[in-house]
Ligand binder design. Sequence first.
Ligand SMILES: *Cc1c(COP(=O)(O)O)cnc(C)c1O
Length: 393
Amino acid sequence: MDEAFHIREAGTKPHLAGGRLTIDLRSLQANYRALAKVAAPAGVAGVVKADAYGIGIADVVPALAAAGCDTFFVALPEEGFAVRRAAPQSRIFVLNGLFGLDAAETYARSQLIPVINTAIDLTIWERFCGRQGAAHPCAIHVDTGMNRLGITPAEAIAFADENMLTRAVNPVLLMSHLACADQRDDPKNRKQLEIFRNVGRAFGEMEASLVNSSGLLLGRDFHFGLTRPGIAVYGGSPAPGVTMRTVVTAEARVAQIRYVKAGETISYGATSVLQRDSIIAVAAVGYADGFPRAASGSGVPIRQLFPGGNGFVNGRRVPIIGRVTMDLTMFDVTDLGADGIATGDHIELFGPNLPIDEAARAAGTISYELLTRLGQRYHRAYISAEPPESKSS
Ligand SMILES: *Cc1c(COP(=O)(O)O)cnc(C)c1O
């Protein structure tokens, strides 16, 4: 990518920050467009819950809108307000539901579309619309086997038949969610698809949406009118062997280089006893920044379950050594040699050299958690193709 680009800086000033995030919105757009190609003719909504997976709604939503995205999913109404500010014309669905009658007014006034997940919320929305004399839009979430949110298939079909006559509310989307989309061959995928199709018949031509990132790769049958990929847009791998462009690079700044003798120990609990004279880089990111304590390196009891993480610097992987602490993480950089690293250098935690899925696995977690926990203390640089608008946050 050699076209002109723009950088918007946010968060802690770079010279004062313990770590930095480089967020490439051009890669985010490329991921969105690649998925849109696979999904076509179905549409691709932006899933921007949890502040766009920790990356920032204010930057992500305009980037997606510029790539052609006009429909967004958030978890909570407040997130919907942020999307509205960033893309005023967009259609916004709130996944976690209505939260009762008190919230109904807010949805209608803010033109947020509640995803109806329970029979009670459906009744409330019907009454609210009745009282207002207006059939406001809503999405109907039918549970096809995830057993998280959603009304039952029988409830959905009964609703469709009844609402056809009463027109009490205006259902604009039928949706469901796959439990095992990341396991291609799991028979549950087809089972959920069949149930969803069956319910869909009762709703006629209404728009329908079943799949997230991994579900989008299950093929045409699963696409319906609208797909909802989240993690793949943000650079996480949606399926084994499928890689997306890196969107987020997280790096920690080296606060100190230490020369430590064999037999000495590193960090809390003295869990890690050095087998050789070592060079240790102390880097200024810790679990308070959302870097998991479970990424702790050698000697830590949880390491029996997870291998422990690595950093990447100067062309090499460097293992985390000793426990990750609140504000600091130690790396064994002995193999880089005395001239290989200096105070003020940055060690990559995940990014182009250390895929986020691998960094997550090493800490016993998933890319989603690494992203959504990214702390507020980082310096952030957003790289975009379009000039950034002025942002309040
Ligand atoms: C989070 C979420 C998505 C996006 O999932 P990814 O796995 O990130 O692609 C889609 N649909 C629903 C209902 C979700 O909660």
